[in-house]
Ligand binder design. Structure first.
Ligand code: NAD
Length: 259
Protein backbone atom coordinates (compact mmCIF):
# COMPACT_ATOMS: atom_id res chain seq x y z
CA UNK A 1 0.00 0.00 0.00
CA UNK A 2 1.47 3.28 -1.13
CA UNK A 3 -0.06 6.74 -0.86
CA UNK A 4 2.88 8.65 -2.31
CA UNK A 5 1.70 11.62 -4.31
CA UNK A 6 -1.68 11.68 -2.55
CA UNK A 7 -2.95 14.51 -0.36
CA UNK A 8 -5.15 13.53 2.59
CA UNK A 9 -7.23 15.86 4.76
CA UNK A 10 -8.32 14.27 8.04
CA UNK A 11 -10.71 16.28 10.22
CA UNK A 12 -10.47 15.91 14.00
CA UNK A 13 -6.96 14.47 13.80
CA UNK A 14 -5.34 15.99 16.89
CA UNK A 15 -6.53 12.98 18.91
CA UNK A 16 -7.85 9.42 18.83
CA UNK A 17 -8.99 7.76 15.61
CA UNK A 18 -8.26 10.74 13.34
CA UNK A 19 -4.71 11.00 14.66
CA UNK A 20 -4.24 7.27 14.05
CA UNK A 21 -5.43 7.64 10.46
CA UNK A 22 -3.38 10.77 9.74
CA UNK A 23 -0.22 9.11 11.12
CA UNK A 24 -0.81 5.93 9.10
CA UNK A 25 -1.42 7.88 5.87
CA UNK A 26 1.86 9.75 6.46
CA UNK A 27 3.69 6.44 6.92
CA UNK A 28 2.26 5.34 3.57
CA UNK A 29 3.74 8.44 1.93
CA UNK A 30 0.79 10.87 1.77
CA UNK A 31 0.95 14.59 2.36
CA UNK A 32 -1.37 14.99 5.33
CA UNK A 33 -3.44 17.98 6.44
CA UNK A 34 -4.51 17.63 10.05
CA UNK A 35 -7.25 19.50 11.88
CA UNK A 36 -8.78 19.59 15.32
CA UNK A 37 -8.78 21.28 18.67
CA UNK A 38 -6.18 21.08 21.43
CA UNK A 39 -3.33 22.79 23.25
CA UNK A 40 -0.24 23.97 21.35
CA UNK A 41 1.64 20.90 22.66
CA UNK A 42 -1.10 18.56 21.47
CA UNK A 43 -1.14 20.13 18.01
CA UNK A 44 2.66 20.08 17.76
CA UNK A 45 2.70 16.42 18.76
CA UNK A 46 -0.03 15.60 16.19
CA UNK A 47 1.91 17.40 13.45
CA UNK A 48 4.96 15.31 14.37
CA UNK A 49 2.99 12.04 14.29
CA UNK A 50 1.37 12.88 10.95
CA UNK A 51 4.66 13.84 9.27
CA UNK A 52 6.47 11.34 7.13
CA UNK A 53 8.55 12.19 4.09
CA UNK A 54 6.42 15.35 4.00
CA UNK A 55 5.67 17.52 7.02
CA UNK A 56 2.00 17.54 8.00
CA UNK A 57 0.15 20.82 7.71
CA UNK A 58 -2.26 21.93 10.46
CA UNK A 59 -5.48 23.81 9.75
CA UNK A 60 -7.50 24.73 12.84
CA UNK A 61 -10.93 25.11 11.16
CA UNK A 62 -13.80 24.80 13.64
CA UNK A 63 -16.03 22.06 12.29
CA UNK A 64 -19.10 24.14 13.24
CA UNK A 65 -18.06 26.82 10.74
CA UNK A 66 -18.99 26.10 7.09
CA UNK A 67 -16.80 28.90 5.69
CA UNK A 68 -13.76 27.76 7.68
CA UNK A 69 -14.26 24.20 6.41
CA UNK A 70 -14.45 25.36 2.77
CA UNK A 71 -11.35 27.51 3.34
CA UNK A 72 -9.48 24.50 4.77
CA UNK A 73 -10.17 22.47 1.61
CA UNK A 74 -9.25 25.44 -0.62
CA UNK A 75 -6.01 25.94 1.32
CA UNK A 76 -5.06 22.26 0.94
CA UNK A 77 -5.70 22.41 -2.82
CA UNK A 78 -3.73 25.62 -3.17
CA UNK A 79 -0.75 24.48 -1.07
CA UNK A 80 -0.54 20.86 -2.18
CA UNK A 81 -2.37 20.82 -5.53
CA UNK A 82 -5.27 18.51 -4.63
CA UNK A 83 -7.38 16.84 -2.01
CA UNK A 84 -7.33 13.16 -3.02
CA UNK A 85 -8.46 11.66 0.28
CA UNK A 86 -10.93 13.29 2.64
CA UNK A 87 -11.64 11.70 6.01
CA UNK A 88 -14.56 13.25 7.86
CA UNK A 89 -13.75 12.10 11.35
CA UNK A 90 -14.24 15.01 13.79
CA UNK A 91 -16.88 14.16 16.32
CA UNK A 92 -18.21 14.85 19.79
CA UNK A 93 -20.64 13.13 22.13
CA UNK A 94 -23.19 14.44 24.62
CA UNK A 95 -25.07 12.04 26.87
CA UNK A 96 -28.51 13.00 28.16
CA UNK A 97 -32.14 11.93 27.82
CA UNK A 98 -34.05 13.81 25.10
CA UNK A 99 -36.20 15.77 27.56
CA UNK A 100 -33.05 17.09 29.25
CA UNK A 101 -30.87 17.46 26.12
CA UNK A 102 -29.68 21.09 25.79
CA UNK A 103 -30.59 22.49 22.34
CA UNK A 104 -27.13 24.02 21.92
CA UNK A 105 -25.52 20.59 22.51
CA UNK A 106 -27.84 19.07 19.89
CA UNK A 107 -26.77 21.79 17.42
CA UNK A 108 -23.05 21.25 18.14
CA UNK A 109 -23.25 17.47 17.77
CA UNK A 110 -25.16 17.72 14.46
CA UNK A 111 -22.82 20.46 13.18
CA UNK A 112 -19.57 18.67 14.05
CA UNK A 113 -20.57 15.03 13.42
CA UNK A 114 -22.75 15.52 10.33
CA UNK A 115 -22.92 18.99 8.73
CA UNK A 116 -19.12 19.40 8.72
CA UNK A 117 -18.87 16.33 6.47
CA UNK A 118 -21.39 17.85 4.05
CA UNK A 119 -19.44 21.14 3.91
CA UNK A 120 -16.07 19.41 3.44
CA UNK A 121 -17.39 17.03 0.77
CA UNK A 122 -19.12 19.89 -1.05
CA UNK A 123 -15.85 21.86 -1.11
CA UNK A 124 -13.67 18.88 -2.11
CA UNK A 125 -15.87 17.32 -4.83
CA UNK A 126 -15.29 19.81 -7.69
CA UNK A 127 -11.51 19.19 -7.54
CA UNK A 128 -12.00 15.43 -7.23
CA UNK A 129 -14.38 15.46 -10.21
CA UNK A 130 -11.94 17.54 -12.29
CA UNK A 131 -9.09 15.12 -11.54
CA UNK A 132 -11.37 12.05 -11.68
CA UNK A 133 -10.10 10.70 -8.38
CA UNK A 134 -11.30 10.85 -4.81
CA UNK A 135 -11.57 8.70 -1.71
CA UNK A 136 -14.06 10.06 0.82
CA UNK A 137 -14.22 8.21 4.12
CA UNK A 138 -16.79 9.18 6.71
CA UNK A 139 -16.23 7.95 10.25
CA UNK A 140 -19.70 7.00 11.42
CA UNK A 141 -20.30 4.50 14.25
CA UNK A 142 -22.37 1.49 15.19
CA UNK A 143 -24.66 4.29 16.32
CA UNK A 144 -25.30 4.90 12.63
CA UNK A 145 -26.94 1.48 12.57
CA UNK A 146 -28.50 1.04 16.02
CA UNK A 147 -29.58 3.33 18.84
CA UNK A 148 -28.56 3.65 22.49
CA UNK A 149 -30.34 5.58 25.21
CA UNK A 150 -29.21 9.13 26.02
CA UNK A 151 -27.41 9.59 22.69
CA UNK A 152 -30.14 11.16 20.52
CA UNK A 153 -27.99 13.74 18.73
CA UNK A 154 -25.06 11.36 18.25
CA UNK A 155 -27.27 8.55 16.91
CA UNK A 156 -29.12 10.99 14.63
CA UNK A 157 -25.84 12.42 13.31
CA UNK A 158 -24.35 8.98 12.66
CA UNK A 159 -27.49 7.68 10.91
CA UNK A 160 -27.40 10.91 8.90
CA UNK A 161 -23.79 10.53 7.77
CA UNK A 162 -24.51 7.01 6.51
CA UNK A 163 -27.32 8.46 4.38
CA UNK A 164 -25.09 11.28 3.13
CA UNK A 165 -22.43 8.72 2.22
CA UNK A 166 -24.84 6.74 0.03
CA UNK A 167 -25.96 9.84 -1.87
CA UNK A 168 -22.40 11.07 -2.49
CA UNK A 169 -21.46 7.55 -3.62
CA UNK A 170 -24.37 7.42 -6.09
CA UNK A 171 -23.85 10.91 -7.46
CA UNK A 172 -20.19 10.15 -8.25
CA UNK A 173 -20.40 6.44 -9.04
CA UNK A 174 -19.28 6.75 -12.66
CA UNK A 175 -16.11 8.57 -11.70
CA UNK A 176 -13.12 7.22 -9.78
CA UNK A 177 -14.59 8.74 -6.62
CA UNK A 178 -15.74 6.51 -3.78
CA UNK A 179 -17.51 7.46 -0.57
CA UNK A 180 -17.82 4.96 2.29
CA UNK A 181 -18.31 4.86 6.02
CA UNK A 182 -16.32 3.14 8.74
CA UNK A 183 -18.44 2.18 11.73
CA UNK A 184 -16.43 1.45 14.89
CA UNK A 185 -17.87 -0.01 18.06
CA UNK A 186 -15.97 1.03 21.19
CA UNK A 187 -12.51 2.53 20.68
CA UNK A 188 -10.63 3.68 23.77
CA UNK A 189 -10.08 7.35 22.89
CA UNK A 190 -10.70 10.50 24.97
CA UNK A 191 -14.30 10.53 23.66
CA UNK A 192 -14.97 7.14 25.25
CA UNK A 193 -12.68 7.61 28.26
CA UNK A 194 -15.11 10.30 29.47
CA UNK A 195 -17.94 7.73 29.32
CA UNK A 196 -15.83 5.11 31.12
CA UNK A 197 -15.01 7.59 33.88
CA UNK A 198 -18.69 8.54 34.24
CA UNK A 199 -19.63 4.85 34.51
CA UNK A 200 -16.89 4.25 37.11
CA UNK A 201 -18.22 7.13 39.20
CA UNK A 202 -21.84 5.96 38.85
CA UNK A 203 -21.10 2.31 39.72
CA UNK A 204 -18.42 3.03 42.36
CA UNK A 205 -15.83 0.87 40.55
CA UNK A 206 -12.36 1.64 39.22
CA UNK A 207 -11.82 2.80 35.64
CA UNK A 208 -10.56 -0.58 34.36
CA UNK A 209 -13.59 -2.38 35.80
CA UNK A 210 -15.84 0.25 34.23
CA UNK A 211 -14.12 -0.30 30.84
CA UNK A 212 -14.89 -4.02 31.10
CA UNK A 213 -18.52 -3.25 32.01
CA UNK A 214 -18.85 -0.93 29.03
CA UNK A 215 -17.60 -3.65 26.67
CA UNK A 216 -19.69 -6.37 28.29
CA UNK A 217 -22.89 -4.38 27.78
CA UNK A 218 -22.54 -3.98 23.99
CA UNK A 219 -19.49 -5.60 22.41
CA UNK A 220 -19.43 -9.45 22.34
CA UNK A 221 -15.69 -9.58 21.52
CA UNK A 222 -15.02 -7.76 24.84
CA UNK A 223 -12.22 -5.92 23.02
CA UNK A 224 -11.81 -2.32 21.98
CA UNK A 225 -10.91 -1.69 18.33
CA UNK A 226 -7.77 0.44 18.04
CA UNK A 227 -7.09 3.62 16.05
CA UNK A 228 -4.38 1.63 14.23
CA UNK A 229 -6.92 -0.98 13.06
CA UNK A 230 -9.26 1.76 11.88
CA UNK A 231 -6.35 3.49 10.11
CA UNK A 232 -5.53 0.31 8.20
CA UNK A 233 -9.20 -0.02 7.26
CA UNK A 234 -9.18 3.56 5.95
CA UNK A 235 -6.03 2.84 3.95
CA UNK A 236 -7.71 -0.23 2.46
CA UNK A 237 -10.56 2.03 1.26
CA UNK A 238 -7.92 4.10 -0.57
CA UNK A 239 -6.40 1.06 -2.28
CA UNK A 240 -7.05 -0.27 -5.79
CA UNK A 241 -8.75 -3.30 -4.24
CA UNK A 242 -11.50 -1.01 -2.96
CA UNK A 243 -11.89 1.09 -6.12
CA UNK A 244 -15.30 -0.43 -6.92
CA UNK A 245 -16.50 -0.29 -3.34
CA UNK A 246 -18.73 2.70 -2.75
CA UNK A 247 -21.68 3.63 -0.56
CA UNK A 248 -20.96 0.88 1.97
CA UNK A 249 -20.18 0.60 5.69
CA UNK A 250 -17.20 -1.25 7.09
CA UNK A 251 -18.20 -2.13 10.63
CA UNK A 252 -15.54 -2.96 13.25
CA UNK A 253 -17.71 -3.52 16.29
CA UNK A 254 -16.73 -6.90 17.78
CA UNK A 255 -20.20 -8.25 17.01
CA UNK A 256 -22.23 -5.37 18.52
CA UNK A 257 -24.64 -5.09 15.56
CA UNK A 258 -24.74 -8.85 14.87
CA UNK A 259 -27.10 -9.44 17.80
P1 NAD B 1 -11.51 12.12 20.14
O1 NAD B 1 -12.22 12.94 21.14
O2 NAD B 1 -10.25 11.44 20.52
O3 NAD B 1 -11.23 12.96 18.81
C1 NAD B 1 -12.16 13.86 18.28
C2 NAD B 1 -11.45 14.82 17.37
O4 NAD B 1 -12.43 15.77 16.87
C3 NAD B 1 -10.37 15.64 18.10
O5 NAD B 1 -9.27 15.87 17.24
C4 NAD B 1 -11.09 16.95 18.37
O6 NAD B 1 -10.23 18.06 18.54
C5 NAD B 1 -11.92 17.09 17.11
N1 NAD B 1 -12.99 18.06 17.26
C6 NAD B 1 -13.98 18.11 18.19
N2 NAD B 1 -14.71 19.23 18.02
C7 NAD B 1 -14.19 19.90 16.98
C8 NAD B 1 -14.48 21.12 16.32
N3 NAD B 1 -15.49 21.91 16.72
N4 NAD B 1 -13.72 21.50 15.26
C9 NAD B 1 -12.66 20.74 14.86
N5 NAD B 1 -12.34 19.57 15.44
C10 NAD B 1 -13.08 19.17 16.48
O7 NAD B 1 -12.60 11.05 19.67
P2 NAD B 1 -12.51 9.75 18.73
O8 NAD B 1 -13.07 8.65 19.52
O9 NAD B 1 -11.19 9.61 18.09
O10 NAD B 1 -13.62 10.14 17.65
C11 NAD B 1 -13.34 10.31 16.27
C12 NAD B 1 -14.57 9.91 15.48
O11 NAD B 1 -14.83 8.52 15.69
C13 NAD B 1 -15.84 10.64 15.89
O12 NAD B 1 -16.59 10.99 14.74
C14 NAD B 1 -16.57 9.62 16.73
O13 NAD B 1 -17.95 9.82 16.73
C15 NAD B 1 -16.19 8.35 16.00
N6 NAD B 1 -16.37 7.14 16.79
C16 NAD B 1 -15.67 6.93 17.94
C17 NAD B 1 -15.88 5.76 18.65
C18 NAD B 1 -15.15 5.47 19.93
O14 NAD B 1 -15.50 4.47 20.58
N7 NAD B 1 -14.15 6.23 20.32
C19 NAD B 1 -16.80 4.82 18.21
C20 NAD B 1 -17.50 5.05 17.03
C21 NAD B 1 -17.26 6.22 16.32
Amino acid sequence: MNLEGKVAVVTGSTSGIGLGMASHFAKLGAQVVINGLGSDEMIASAIKSASGAKEAHYNGADMRDADAIAAMIAEAEEKFGAVDILVNNAGIQHVSRVEDFPAEKWNDVIAINLSSAFHAIKAALPGMQKRNFGRIINVASVHGQVGSVEKSAYVASKHGIIGLTKVVALENAEQQITCNTICPGWVRTPLVEAQIEALAAKEGVDVEQAAKMLLAEKEPSLRFATPEQLAETAAFLCSDAASNMTGVNLTLDGGWTAR
